[in-house]
Design a protein. Structure first.
Length: 191
């Protein structure tokens, strides 16, 4: 972790992209959509782009093509999103940090916001496990905690800003992010 909520390790002056990362169910897509609406900056939802390109849901994609193919497409979609010279809010999939190439891209080309959540809160939030292909065997909070331990250090490593989302509504998370970005003079939410 970067020491305290809101800390920034890297200088991203001139960076036009804000990437939202975190475990599945942390609220990445919802918060990214709220940030995009509030700022007028376009939204790029990586999972939605994969589903659109494949013409199938993410769960069907996993079932038919497997995780390796999904991770390849995820990398391609992230690369394309970051190539755009215009500012964007990027909602990343929960596993995007598993690929070291993605971590390098995010660290170099985006202001990265990590939406942190506990296993207990996550278990309460996730109500449709069928749409979470990697969570099928990990429905209990204890199992979720074990699953999360693999990814949390990766999220923390690439994050410029960490927001503890426990007990907060998506609008409150959005307010915190906007405040932290303005406080850090990132200048990325002004198209």
């Amino acid at each position: 972790m970067n020491g305290y909520e809101g800390a920034s390790r890297r200088d991203h002056h001139g960076t036009s992209h804000v990437a939202i990362i975190g475990f599945m169910g942390a609220g990445k897509s919802t918060v990214a959509e709220l940030l995009a609406q509030r700022s007028g900056v376009p939204l790029v939802d990586i999972d939605a782009r994969i589903a659109e390109a494949a013409q199938m849901s993410i769960e069907d994609f996993f079932a038919h093509n497997g995780e390796q193919e999904f991770r390849w497409m995820e990398h391609e979609m992230l690369t394309d999103a970051l190539r755009c010279p215009d500012a964007s809010i990027i909602a990343c999939g929960g596993g995007i940090v598993l690929d070291p190439r993605n971590r390098a891209l995010l660290e170099a080309q985006a202001t990265v916001i990590y939406l942190q959540v506990t296993a207990e809160e996550l278990a309460q939030r996730i109500d449709d496990y069928a749409s979470r292909p990697l969570l099928q065997p990990a429905i209990e909070a204890d199992a979720l905690s074990d699953f999360m331990q693999e990814r949390e250090p990766l999220y923390e490593r690439v994050a410029d800003i960490t927001v503890d989302t426990c007990g907060l509504t998506p609008h409150e998370v959005c307010d915190r992010i906007v405040g932290m970005l303005e406080e850090g003079d990132h200048g990325v939410l002004h198209p």
